[in-house]
Design a protein around this ligand. Structure first.
Ligand code: 9UX
Length: 72
């Protein structure tokens, strides 16, 4: 089973920020794909809810030094 989530990300100020978040999220077990858009300040993630929860995605973004909130 795969779920999709859109996050609003605050705190990205350069393209490397977006790459850091993509790489960080992709490292998590249960994350299938990640696309971070610097211009729109959004991240789209597909994940397996049996393996990882939404709060874990947010915690990872915050651990990297950014703020994340769920859009949908
Ligand atoms: Mo760019 Mo972002 O120098 O954490 S990587 S500001």
């Amino acid at each position: 089973v795969k779920e999709k989530i859109d996050l609003s990300i605050q705190g990205m100020t350069c393209a490397s920020c977006a790459q850091r978040i993509e790489k960080g999220l992709k490292q998590l077990a249960g994350v299938n794909s990640v696309h971070v858009n610097l211009a729109t300040e959004k991240a789209h993630v597909t994940y397996s809810p049996g393996a990882i929860q939404r709060k874990d995605l947010i915690a990872k973004v915050e651990q990297l030094g950014y703020e994340a909130t769920i859009r949908s």
